[in-house]
Design a protein around this ligand. Sequence first.
Ligand code: SAM
Length: 280
Amino acid sequence: MRPAPPLSIGARATAELLERYGLRPDKRLGQHFLIDPNQVDRIVRLAGVQAGDHVVEVGPGLGALTAGLVDAGAIVVAVEIDEGLVRVIEGEFDIPQVSVVHADALEVDWSTAAPAEHSWAMVANLPYNVATPLVLDVLDEVPQVTSMLVMVQREVAERLVAAPGSSNYGVPSVKVAFWATGELVAKIPPSVFLPPPRVESALVRLDRHATPRFDEPVDQVFTLVRAAFSQRRKMLRKSLGGLVTPDVFEAAGVDPQARPEQIGVEAWVALSQARRDARS
Ligand code: SAM
């Protein structure tokens, strides 16, 4: 394998690269480029990337993280929505270890971009506006992605990994707990990006359970979870009134007077199972 081309990523080099390709950061696409090589090393290390691993990177941008992944020996599929940045990655990474897919990561056909014959790690500095739906969709629909190390807005990170009882606990936290274990592994200041975002960022690591913990259909479970959290201050007997009868609460062993933020994933699954049993 050929080594990654040397890519310097300081503030000046980043500005020069943008100028050379006639580009400007597009804030609507969450374009905040990493300019600190130490953070790139840290992300690659926390992701545990080993030589020969298959990695999907959403939003390679100017390639700062892509270069770190290639240096670690990864085979990288980079999914980028911005045509100008696709040109940069194709121009700067004309090596067999990197392939670029010009697509919206929320729409891409993952069976083609990251075929299930391998297991994949997703390692990415995610655009803020798509981070939550993307992570949750990948958990639901792309089982070959077995781990994720993603940079997201700090509040999003806290919601993804929150435990019951926390004010951050909500639909994303239950979805993560359904499929994986999650941990906020580092907080990242705005100063490591160009341009700096207005918010703090954080790195989250998600490890998918090797075999799914629950065989309850995920859509049935989340019909209940979403209904309850849409009225998060109400007791479950109110918010789930049209969906769950008192008998079902009892069969599931769930207190109908509880509020959704008090209920762990096992209890959500038990409610869903008891509801289906009652209907069959
Ligand atoms: N990885 C680069 C880095 O760390 O310097 C850039 C990260 S920047 C925060 C987010 C990147 O995601 C940008 O390159 C942006 O164009 C891209 N992007 C935004 N929305 C996207 C989408 N829906 N699908 C794929 N890429 C997207």
